[in-house]
Design a protein around this ligand. Structure first.
Ligand SMILES: *[C@@H]1O[C@H](CO)[C@@H](O)[C@H](O)[C@H]1NC(C)=O
Ligand SMILES: *[C@@H]1O[C@H](CO)[C@@H](O)[C@H](O)[C@H]1NC(C)=O
Ligand SMILES: *[C@@H]1O[C@H](CO)[C@@H](O)[C@H](O)[C@H]1NC(C)=O
Ligand SMILES: *[C@@H]1O[C@H](CO)[C@@H](O)[C@H](O)[C@H]1NC(C)=O
Length: 259
């Protein structure tokens, strides 16, 4: 870990700590613990399936969203939310906004793009701030955009002849071997079940070290929380035995693109 970055994070956190001590929010927090991580996950999602399987969330897929989009860049820390000690402002993202809107949009109706980014920064980004190249909101989002261009799932699937379709499904192995050369063997495909109980590809998680080298496999301390979270988030690791659908994007019916 870069000492200067750690010190500035500590400084920012303690400044905020002083100013918010009345609420007592940060009294328990030690900034060092946010830097104690080895692995991170870069998660990309397929807009065609993101809204499938939700029951309570209203989706809207804007016209300009046509590709795999970024869900997040997540250092694997114990805490579910990193910290609000490192503020982010909309002006931090002005120059990146055109690209972010395209590649890191929110698909939740009535939620603003910026509120999604702000939430991702507080939940995950502030912990990435310990690492060179991600030490601040602008750099963190810039890095995620760079990773998005390095890891083109659209391209890999297309090259393997895997196209979005309602009437064709694919074997797990075919998808995995299309993605492995670019994303590494340890990538994880996540699926949702639609209301006809078809298994649908929704997300791909790409594990990497904090130096951005692919790989890094450590037990995710949040796993237990993740499985409890399934009550709200319908995704699960794709099952090997079942065929996998890669649904096309439907703007008319994002929740049921293939019914
Ligand atoms: C998005 O998808 C289109 C059509 O499949 C493709 O031509 C384009 O290169 C993709 N863009 C990115 C950033 O992957
Ligand atoms: C997100 O950004 C795009 C492009 O700038 C904009 O057209 C759209 O209205 C924004 N969406 C929301 C919900 O703010
Ligand atoms: C399969 O779906 C694709 C689009 O998802 C459509 O263009 C094609 O006509 C369909 N084929 C059959 C046999 O229904
Ligand atoms: C990145 O970090 C990992 C784990 O510490 C190490 O094995 C790998 O060689 C590093 N890669 C580079 C390019 O430095």
């Amino acid at each position: 870990m870069d000492l200067t970055a750690a010190l500035s994070l500590a400084l920012i956190c303690s400044l905020v700590l002083i100013s918010t001590q009345e609420e007592g929010i940060f009294q328990e927090d030690h900034p060092e613990k946010f830097c104690a991580w080895e692995c991170m996950t870069f998660t990309l999602m397929w807009p065609g399936a993101y809204c499938v399987g939700w029951t309570k969330i209203q989706c809207k897929i804007p016209d300009y969203v046509k590709n795999w989009t970024i869900h997040g860049l997540w250092p694997m820390v114990k805490e579910r939310t990193c910290c609000e000690c490192w503020p982010i402002f909309h002006s931090d993202l002005v120059e990146l906004e055109p690209q972010l809107s395209l590649l890191w949009p929110t698909l939740i109706n009535k939620k603003s793009n910026y509120s999604f980014w702000k939430q991702e920064w507080h939940k995950h980004g502030a912990c990435a701030g310990c690492v060179e190249g991600m030490n601040g909101p602008t750099k963190y989002f810039q890095t995620a955009l760079k990773l998005r261009s390095l890891y083109s799932i659209d391209g890999a699937l297309y090259a393997a002849g895997i196209h979005p379709s309602c009437n064709t499904s694919y074997q797990y192995g075919k998808l995995h071997s299309a993605l492995a050369p670019g994303l590494g063997d340890l990538h994880v495909m996540q699926c949702v079940q639609d209301r006809k109980n078809r298994q649908v590809l929704v997300q791909v998680k790409i594990p990497m070290y904090k130096n951005f080298t692919l790989g890094c496999q450590r037990h995710h301390p949040n796993l237990r929380q993740d499985s409890r979270k399934q009550a709200t988030s319908p995704g699960h690791p794709c099952r090997y035995e079942e065929p996998i659908y890669y649904f096309p994007i439907s703007r008319e019916s994002p929740e049921h693109p293939c019914d």
